[in-house]
Design a protein around this ligand. Structure first.
Ligand SMILES: Nc1nc2c(ncn2[C@@H]2O[C@H](COP(=O)(O)OP(=O)(O)OP(=O)(O)O)[C@@H](O)[C@H]2O)c(=O)[nH]1
Length: 377
């Protein structure tokens, strides 16, 4: 999924992140990096709605909106600039080679070399957005991809030459235990900035190696009279995934209204499991075109018991990375819990002959004790 964004009019097809062709400077992405500026708010379920200063508890601190935006999880220290990294402002110099998102990768497919063996990538460079601000080079936030240290999430893409929710996520090597599968789906109405693709990567989150797969539903969804018209691909995607990112655009009230039916559909498909869901209001940079207020997003998220984040993929990808990290952790946790339960239920009770024998002897001993007093009496 790529939260791709550019100010094109309706009907204009914009290249999705990770697709073939040269990346344009106006693409936006949920996992590609641009420095955080405005347009970001996050709340956890239960947090009070209405205020722009939203708190994120237990996920790495809280920040008042307007200052440093809240984080969903601990940030990874920026990668130091590499030697020979291309400098220059936006639009200047050569574009850094972008790690291309690969199509769905099946298990057993050749894996990327260990992080240490990856070729040095030029330091990523952010492009200004909207264009009026272009020309001012911004410092890119390098992601700690490939880090093997425990607790260091490595979901950060090495390049941010475009803007996509589902920008390439660096792959870690898998030379230890088989990774846990984490399947996330990005759902939302059309043109909210999802950009469809399935990404598959091995990543580290808090020292755990995860096989992360992210699927978006290109083309969006249809909602009529508050009812979701569930197309086959969407249905399959909802069944397949075990964590969800529901995306709307703050400039499109209809896309916001599509969130609730989507959520209900997820709950219907996964009635037993409390699958983690995060709601994202994208295009936070287009304040002049805002149709959905932040408190609307907060309120909905509170009602549905989800995490909420308002972002601009065009201006900041870090929150997106954080959302994915949060989702990964939640899914990983839920896997752990259900896995334990499953294991507990399938482990048969020991029925060794010894146990049977012990039981019998115990019964005998009891009955002889019971009999003994009456014999004495
Ligand atoms: N200004 C701005 N534009 C954005 C942002 N995110 C996405 N866009 C633009 O929104 C448009 C739609 O983006 P897509 O990524 O194609 O949206 P989508 O949800 O994948 O659309 P479908 O393929 O129809 O499902 C593109 O022109 C993007 O450049 C953002 O944060 N800010």
């Amino acid at each position: 999924m790529g939260l791709s964004a550019s100010p094109t009019g309706p009907g204009t097809r914009v290249r999705l992140c990770g697709k073939e062709g040269p990346p344009g400077p106006r693409r936006h992405s949920l996992t590609r990096g641009l420095p955080r500026t405005r347009g970001t708010a996050a709340v956890l379920p239960g947090a009070g709605g209405g205020s722009r200063a939203q708190r994120v508890k237990g996920l790495g601190g809280a920040h008042a909106r307007g200052h440093r935006p809240p984080r969903l999880s601990q940030r990874v220290p920026s990668r130091p600039p590499r030697e020979g990294a291309g400098g220059g402002g936006a639009g200047g110099g050569r574009r850094a080679p972008t790690a291309r998102a690969e199509p769905f990768k099946t298990r057993g497919a050749p894996r990327a070399p260990p992080a240490a063996a990856l070729p040095a990538l030029p330091r990523p460079r952010a492009l200004c957005w909207p264009p009026r601000r272009c020309g001012r080079a911004r410092q890119a936030c390098a992601l700690g991809g490939g880090s093997r240290s425990a607790g260091a999430p490595s979901m950060r893409p090495p390049s941010m030459s475009g803007h996509c929710l589902l920008a390439p996520i660096p792959e870690s090597s898998s030379d230890c235990l088989p990774p846990k599968d984490i399947k996330l789906a990005v759902l939302g109405a059309g043109r909210v900035g999802k950009s469809g693709k399935l990404y598959s990567r091995l990543v580290y989150v808090e020292g755990d190696q995860l096989s992360l797969q992210i699927q978006d539903t290109p083309g969006g969804i249809q909602v009529q009279d508050n009812l979701l018209q569930v197309a086959d691909p969407l249905s399959r995607c909802v069944q397949w995934a075990d964590g969800f990112l529901l995306v709307y655009s703050i400039t499109d009230y209809d896309s916001y209204q599509a969130i609730r039916p989507l959520y209900q559909h997820i709950r219907k498909v996964h009635p037993d499991a409390r699958v983690p869901v995060v709601i994202v209001g994208n295009k936070g940079d287009l304040l002049h075109a805002r149709q959905v207020q932040t408190h609307d997003g907060v309120q909905l998220a509170n009602e549905l018991g989800s995490l909420f984040l308002e972002i601009s993929t065009s201006e900041n990808y870090e929150d997106v990375c954080d959302v994915f990290q949060h989702l990964c952790k939640e899914v990983s946790k839920s896997h752990g819990v259900s896995g334990e339960r499953r294991r507990a239920s399938i482990i048969p009770r020991p029925r060794s002959p010894n146990m049977q024998d012990l039981k019998r002897r115990f019964k005998q001993a009891l009955s002889s004790k019971v009999k003994a007093p009456s014999a004495l009496g």
